[in-house]
Design a binder for this molecule. Structure first.
Ligand SMILES: Cc1cc2nc3c(=O)[nH]c(=O)nc-3n(C[C@H](O)[C@H](O)[C@H](O)COP(=O)(O)OP(=O)(O)OC[C@H]3O[C@@H](n4cnc5c(N)ncnc54)[C@H](O)[C@@H]3O)c2cc1C
Length: 426
């Protein structure tokens, strides 16, 4: 029987340091959202001596930060060449390096705060699903090695045998700087650290209204009362609730789904994933997978273009199980012990956005590639709020609305059909 819950949340201590008292009347900084972005911001603001209150609508790390694929990869979600064509190679390089900085910052926080979360630089493998994708990966590898990542390695189909026990792939790129960790234990450790440094974290305190009072101050109404803040940071991910219409017209919420097997026998694990890398595949509707420390296979993908709900997660789980059986027939009968889904905050160009608008600070849009950048951007926006105006690596990126999108993603089935057609053609 599969459990419809995130493995990370089920196998980590639940955060127990939430504030039980009434909301204070005032705070220097209010952070809205208790995922990695908000927690990292709260920690850094508190370390800088600010008076910080964090407001979370549900539970700490109850959304994407506690429901993801467990990969902490470097590199961009999108294509470096396309970005260089749009913004110039210098800016594209600096954005690529921001993701490196994100992985480095996660590693630093894990060490500084003593978080026991199995952080490991195990590297990422990008795997070619089709022979023609292999040729494209070779061109990409050459370009990335020249411009941003000289230590990456292009692997032929034959060389892949040392990395992965599947005959489904036609070459790959190994990104050695990428890492993995137990996301639940990292999130709980980050929240505990923020509290230790002086931040107050309020769960079940969803923000329902924000009234500007001038000079960056806001009256913030929540399910647990009202608070006046000198500064507000929105770290609300793919939020579909609260007064954030401006963000919602720029972010498309897309479901992503994950299944997880029972622990594999050590020899079987060594046979299917000898390299123990984080893997992602090249199809538009592709897969991501890796082994957990206890040898379970975590296997995810955008199985269906639907939002996450228990029924939707089950349907997507069945699609994912068929993909898993195709890639690793040897474990097709392993019990699936966890099935879950989450919502990705997708931007049109898959780059996150952060800055300040009408006195409100924000950091969001991590587009399914945010376990590292959310941590970096929380910290960087804390520094911006403290007066370090040059700290935001995403400053100045334009952010038009998604055409036809007014907050409810009615067009997801059409987008899904388009990508399935593209995967069939190429
Ligand atoms: C299924 C899945 C798989 C993924 N896999 C990976 C992966 O392997 N690698 C990777 O790098 N990235 C992955 N991601 C993305 C990554 O998890 C996110 O980019 C990252 O966790 C974003 O953190 P966040 O704090 O910005 O958002 P979240 O974790 O979503 O936190 C936002 C918080 O804001 C709260 N909130 C919203 N509205 C309000 C309100 N009105 N008032 C108060 N609080 C509010 C929410 O309850 C939520 O807790 C995945 C995402 C999903 C869903």
């Amino acid at each position: 029987m599969t459990m419809l819950e995130s493995y990370w949340r089920e196998t980590a201590p639940r955060f127990a340091g939430g504030a039980a008292d009434e909301l204070p009347e005032r705070a220097g900084c209010v952070v809205v959202g208790g995922g990695f972005t908000g927690l990292s911001a709260a920690r850094s603001l508190a370390l800088a001596g600010a008076d910080v209150v964090l407001l979370e609508a549900g539970e700490i790390c109850g959304e994407a930060s506690g429901r993801n694929g467990g990969q902490c990869n470097n590199g961009l979600a999108g294509d470096l060449g396309a970005l260089a064509g749009r913004l110039g190679i210098e800016r594209a390089r600096s954005l690529y390096r921001a993701f490196d900085d994100g992985v480095d910052l996660v590693e630093t926080i894990v060490a500084e705060e003593g978080i026991n979360c199995d952080f490991l630089r195990n590297g990422k493998l990008k795997l070619a699903d089709k022979p023609e994708h292999g040729a494209k990966l070779a061109r990409t590898a050459e370009y990335l090695a020249r411009e941003v990542e000289p230590d990456l390695r292009l692997l032929s189909r034959a060389e892949l045998a040392d990395e992965i026990g599947s005959d489904q792939f036609h070459g790959g790129i190994l990104f050695p700087r990428s890492a993995s960790m137990h996301m639940g234990r990292f999130g709980a450790g980050l929240a505990d650290a923020a509290v230790r440094h002086g931040a107050r974290l309020y769960e079940h305190a969803g923000v329902t209204a924000l009234v500007p009072l001038g000079g960056g101050r806001f009256r913030v109404t929540t399910a647990r009362g009202t608070i006046v803040a000198d500064q507000v940071l929105l770290a609300t991910g793919a939020s579909m609730r609260g007064p954030f219409g401006w963000l919602r017209r720029r972010i498309v919420p897309i479901g992503s789904f994950i299944i997880m097997t029972a622990p594999l026998d050590r020899n079987v694990a060594a046979q299917i994933m000898p390299g123990r890398r984080n893997c992602t595949t090249t199809r538009n509707i592709g897969n991501y997978f890796r082994l957990a420390a206890d040898n379970r296979l975590i296997f995810g993908g955008r199985a269906r273009f639907a939002l996450s709900s228990p029924k939707s997660d089950m349907k997507s789980g069945a699609v994912l199980h068929a993909d898993l059986a195709r890639i690793f027939p040897a474990i097709r009968n392993m019990p699936i012990e966890f099935t879950w889904g989450g919502i990705v905050d997708m931007t049109a160009d898959r780059l996150p956005r952060a800055g300040e608008r009408n006195g409100l600070f924000f950091a969001t849009g991590f587009s399914g590639h945010g376990t590292q950048m959310s941590v970096l951007m929380g910290d960087r926006m804390a520094r911006v709020m403290g007066g370090e105006t040059g700290a935001n690596p995403l400053a100045g990126l334009d952010w038009p609305t998604v055409p036809g999108h007014f907050g409810t993603p009615w067009f997801l089935p059409i987008v899904g059909a388009y990508y399935r057609y593209q995967d069939w053609r190429h």
